[in-house]
Write a protein of this length. Sequence first.
Length: 141
Amino acid sequence: MNTNDRRSHMLDKSLYAASFTCIALSLALVAVAGAAASGQRSERTTLFTQCPPLTSMHWNINGKSGNRYIVETQSFSCARALKLIPALIKQQGGYGDKILRGPAGYKCLSGERYDNPHALAGNCREGGYSGPFFGWTPKIS
């Protein structure tokens, strides 16, 4: 395997891991929203801080529309996440493989596209899988 093939293989593995992370985050955020709506507590709520809902860019998903987003953090300030996310949402999204321009030192990826060109869902994490984190997804009722 030559150097270019190795790089391409490493990039494919990296994008696969990033896609898996975004899909897992999106599913987890939906589960937390469902548990919150039904009055149940999720084990996830002990690991992540659910921030106040964010009002930002309008979305339309499967016949439902709104402008509110669920935001979660881990070892990251809700106030700071709520300030950063609107600029991230305005960027062009993709399905878990689109790298977004986020805060210095953080790797930010878009999540589910929801048939929209913007990053309506996504997450940012500093370092590996254990660093400070924040993520967002549309609040679909």
